[in-house]
Ligand binder design. Sequence first.
Ligand SMILES: Nc1ncnc2c1ncn2[C@@H]1O[C@H](COP(=O)(O)OP(=O)(O)OP(=O)(O)O)[C@@H](O)[C@H]1O
Length: 644
Amino acid sequence: MDTSLDKSSNSDNTLEDGAWMDSFDKLLEPRPKLRELNILKKEVHASFNRDSSVENSINSKGSDSIYLKPISSDINEDKCRKSSIISTPLIHRGINVDPFKCSLSPIGAWRLMYFGKGKDASKEEMIVGNQNKRHLLGPSMNSGIRTIEFDESARKASFQNLPTIESSSNSSNRCVRPNNSKHVCFESAIDNTAKSSTGRTLINPAYREDDTRTDVIQKRVPSLTLQPGKWRKSICLWRRNQVTKRSSSLARRKSDKRNSSVEFIGFIDCVVGKRKSIYLKPERVSENLPCIPDNEDDWERRVLKRCNQSFPLPFEEQYATDNLMYCVKIGEGAYGEVFLKSTNRRKTPDASSTVMKIIPIEGDIEVNGEKQKTFEEILSEVVISIELANLRKEIDSANITSGFVNVKKIACVKGKYPQHLQKLWESFDKEKGSENDHPDIFDETQIYIVLELEFCGKDLESFTFLNAEQAYFALVQVVLTIAVAENAYQFEHRDLHWGNILILNTTAKEVKFTLGNQTYAVPTKGIKTTLIDYTLSRMTFDNCCHYNDISCDEDLFSASGDYQFDIYRMMREALRNNWETFEPRTNIFWISYIISKMIEGVKYKNTRTKIHTTYYSKLKNLFEIILNLKSAIECARYLLDIKP
Ligand SMILES: Nc1ncnc2c1ncn2[C@@H]1O[C@H](COP(=O)(O)OP(=O)(O)OP(=O)(O)O)[C@@H](O)[C@H]1O
């Protein structure tokens, strides 16, 4: 085997495909077929040995890797680098160049068998391409070979319900292929740990083998590696990328008579689930009826009522330049744009600033690769946002909290995107790069919902705590906030990752909560926490259950890269994939995740003090028992030491 590389004579310092193979290897070689399918990147190069493929997979920065890169950080990649390297580094083999340009390993995470064998080979590859588990082609962060068996009925089920993948950890690692089923073998993991962003590992007692809850873990096969925190945009981008690849590859294959019968199954229709609202009145529960008749005008009327309007107002007038003197774009989602309106010339955000989320709705054109939301779909988000914000108003004196983001105003506007907002969009694009469509795509008929929210500070991921005591009391605030909403509205947040907990410094000494008519004052320790983003949330309001049906979102349930992605699977298991069900344990799962982040993940200024050590131990002890609790209310009682 010739491993020599002449850097000077060839800028592409890679071996010829197949250079490392002997004749037997060549017989079994699946890669040309994979490349044809566009499953494997064309620029994947042969590795020196099988295990070095992991290096191959992590040395690329530029290619369209299955690792979804954050806009601003490489944490995920670094973490993979730390945890996945299993081979001899090139340097130890006396090679001082980096011949590997790809980020997707040809061998490492997958051990594909039965490719390229006999007449049926191409057919079989198509079926692999058809699997909803297509993204399993990613390098696993963990080790251990699993045998995965796909047959036709299992494949269908995988679109509807729980994963169809069965663990065969007790059986041999070899696949045996009966005539009528398709088998794919690849490396995967049964990961019973919570991984920190620093790459260290927290073992959660709930994941021990003897616990029935390990079913959750046994069933899942992590594959799509996501950046911890905000996942929606990454998953959307990844899906768009996959769809583009697949449609061009499908077009190619359609022109190929031999394979013309093979079709891909669409999979981008369920990006963040489907928002639903159903009646819970006893006589209507069994019918699962929508809260209001399926009449488009009625949905619009309801949204407008929530906006205190009877028709959409002109966008340009409502958000005129004069009202937006100190405005800047601060973020974006697949749903739309986020601007910050400050009250001072320096545009420094404070509690008087307003965050404006501008969401185009009802239009025919796709925005950021997505269909626009309808009045029907936006209604329940509007209702949840308003009612949770109203919990601060003491309307219901039994349950009071200011822990949910305050909604200053919701407006429904119509027209072209105002020029000055377009300019702010362009400045953001220039400085940070936007993945969204330019807002000049909207014409005068476009309708938008503008959510004006109180500015609530930095998210948990970027905040630096003084010490663990401050973090502990932040946790108490979060738990009480959820507990109050749980009590008032059977609320479950369902997506409480560290990007959705905001923290602002405060001079107030304490923050009050009323939970079931009892008022508690929690020390702030100088900070106030606020929860945002109810896209996946569930609540019962006015006999109506508002929830997001993500039962078919296989990609989200297959994601890995952080304990966060186990939580989606744990919720699915607890809810038996019926997302309208009230199951307050989902709140406990997220509290467990937040504690894990406070133990490993968040930043602390002073870690050498006694107070830090004391509260750090408290967090660790709490992490040990948290999954034994059944609701945020029970957790609040536990933290406040209240007897039930
Ligand atoms: N009330 C608020 N105060 C301060 N910052 C906010 C507030 N609401 C949102 N942000 C910030 O604005 C940015 C966009 O937030 P948002 O939650 O709407 O988008 P996202 O969650 O990234 O999108 P998606 O819902 O698609 O995941 C984030 O950086 C978030 O921290």
